[in-house]
Design a binder for this molecule. Structure first.
Ligand code: 13P
Ligand code: SF4
Length: 330
């Protein structure tokens, strides 16, 4: 057995019960993103998308938040709940998209567009958020940009595919988009989507707006390869909501494969197939059952954000959780 498989195996049959008991003893709430390993999703108190988890963190009653996700998500929880202890089971769980812009690069970009409103995707570091006017997630990116007066320029960062989606839906020509990308979603290509759609003509298409194939999906709809109403560009939380209501027999899913676990639970009668089975985020999968147990036992890895940076980032993050549909993804 490969060592990664061994690492992911829950440590003992009573593992989930030990996690819940330790969480109670430590007054901790365990949150898990939809891309986590299935066993982590199942043991968490709440599983959801970035927006839903941020909202839950902001109103948590427990004194400790254990964030099973990647580092920027735990940082966002700390910004929203500065008095809580925020833990991540492995502080090395990063994000290639968040790494695609630094605070220095953003300051330089802002200096080229004085007066522009900066809208940052939540997949950014706390330092970048501190230079930001409004944060958004994939659930509410369109609504956040629509909340900016139409005559103001917008700097949208860091994801180019989500940025293109926002420009398309809002019809705004004054949205400038940073050329960053998530290596997992960018790797889900239009070729793979076209081939799978041709083999499954009746399937619905759920496409995350960070995907390289989002434009191809709309092209396929325009060209009549799939019916336009079958193409849905959605956040992970939006996919789950849509799955519960779908009448389709099969759905092609373009996002990180961790979401398939939640989708199959939400709608067991539907055949969900990944557009790209290799679309697995190695950072998300760094959070293993063993590390979650260690996190609760040893109170590690603690996530801190410099208070001045957190103070500067807070307004942008608070506006993010206030905009959009409060129930989505929860
Ligand atoms: P959402 O859960 O907000 O759709 O985020 C996707 C993602 O890539 C998180 O890293
Ligand atoms: Fe970052 Fe992409 Fe992984 Fe999400 S899937 S955490 S955007 S690298």
């Amino acid at each position: 057995m490969a060592s990664t498989e061994r690492d992911h195996r829950p440590p003992g049959p009573d593992w989930a019960e030990r996690i819940r008991r330790l969480a109670r003893e430590r007054d901790a709430v365990v949150l898990a993103h939809n891309y986590q390993l299935p066993e982590i999703q199942d043991v968490a108190h709440h599983t959801g998308d970035s927006l839903a988890l941020s909202r839950i963190a902001a109103r948590a009653r427990e004194s400790t938040i254990v964030f099973c996700g990647v580092h920027f998500m735990a940082e966002t929880a700390k910004i929203l709940a500065p008095d809580k202890t925020v833990l991540i089971p492995d502080a090395a769980a990063g994000c290639s998209l968040a790494e695609s812009i630094t605070a220095g690069q953003l300051r330089e970009w802002k200096s080229e567009h004085p007066g522009a409103v900066v809208v940052s995707y939540v997949n950014t570091t706390a330092e970048v958020k501190a230079e930001t006017d409004l944060c958004c997630t994939s659930s509410n990116a369109v609504e956040v940009v629509q909340s900016v007066p139409a005559d103001r320029e917008v700097l949208f960062l860091p994801d180019q595919f989500l940025g293109a989606h926002v420009r398309r839906v809002t019809g705004r020509g004054n949205v400038h988009v940073w050329a960053g990308e998530c290596h997992v979603h960018a790797g889900i290509s239009g070729f793979e989507l076209s081939a799978k759609a041709a083999d499954n003509p009746e399937a619905e298409l759920f496409i995350h707006p960070e995907c390289g194939c989002a434009t191809s999906a709309l092209y396929l709809a325009g060209a009549g390869v799939v019916q336009p109403e079958r193409v849905k560009i959605l956040s992970t939380g939006g996919m789950l909501e849509t799955a519960k209501a779908t009448t389709a027999g099969s759905v092609l899913v373009a996002t990180e494969i961790g979401l398939l676990h939640q989708l199959r639970r939400a709608a067991p009668q539907v055949d969900f197939q990944a557009v790209n089975e290799r679309a697995s985020c190695r950072y998300m999968k760094m959070i293993t059952p063993e590390k979650l147990l260690r996190s609760l036992r040893e109170s590690r890895d603690e996530v801190t954000v410099d208070p001045v940076t957190a103070e500067r980032a807070r307004a942008a993050v608070e506006r993010m959780i206030a905009i959009g549909h409060p129930g989505e993804g929860e």
